[in-house]
Design a protein around this ligand. Sequence first.
Ligand SMILES: O=P(O)(O)OC[C@H]1O[C@](O)(CO)[C@@H](O)[C@@H]1O
Ligand SMILES: [Fe+2]
Length: 187
Amino acid sequence: MTISITQPPQVAWASGQFTNGPLIRKSTRLQNLTHVFMDEKAWLACDPQQIVYDVEMVDSAPIAGALYTGVTHLQPGKVGDEYFMTRGHFHAQREQGEVYYGLRGSGLLLLQDEKGTARLEPVFPGSVHIIPGFTAHRLINTGNDILSALAVWPCAAGHDYAALTQGFNLRVVEEVGRVQLKEYHHD
Ligand SMILES: O=P(O)(O)OC[C@H]1O[C@](O)(CO)[C@@H](O)[C@@H]1O
Ligand SMILES: [Fe+2]
């Protein structure tokens, strides 16, 4: 009987980056985040090439039942007074959930159900987040360091950005040096 030992991808805690294994890496820049931030004028005044986040994923074959594993590295920064964040999405297959695991930095996970009820969970090294189905999710960096979180989600889940045309109803800004929450409804 032959026993094979294969090196698994490995997350290096310090950077939260995979150190080996078949990886795909996707950078999202400010120019890619149209109509995401509240302050359109401030967004237009930013450097469009500024990287807001990188997602590094293990390139799993999307066969039935397979899972994607990825690390999102979200830069610290703001557009106007609104913290950098991911675009946020529902899953195309709404019932599909996702698990996030905080690796580095400090921030918030914004969760919003289809009725528009929003809630937040603090994200920090070791935090575990069970994102239920039918729930849009967005990562927000409220710290001064990179916020990195590992995510595991079904390959079948897909991403539905269009369902969030009204955006998220809760925004996170810095006011007088403090993290403040704001209700926000697109007009
Ligand atoms: O696709 P978004 O909303 O920009 O989020 C970034 C990434 O975060 C994840 O939810 C987990 O890495 C990915 O599915 C997604 O691509
Ligand atoms: Fe997701």
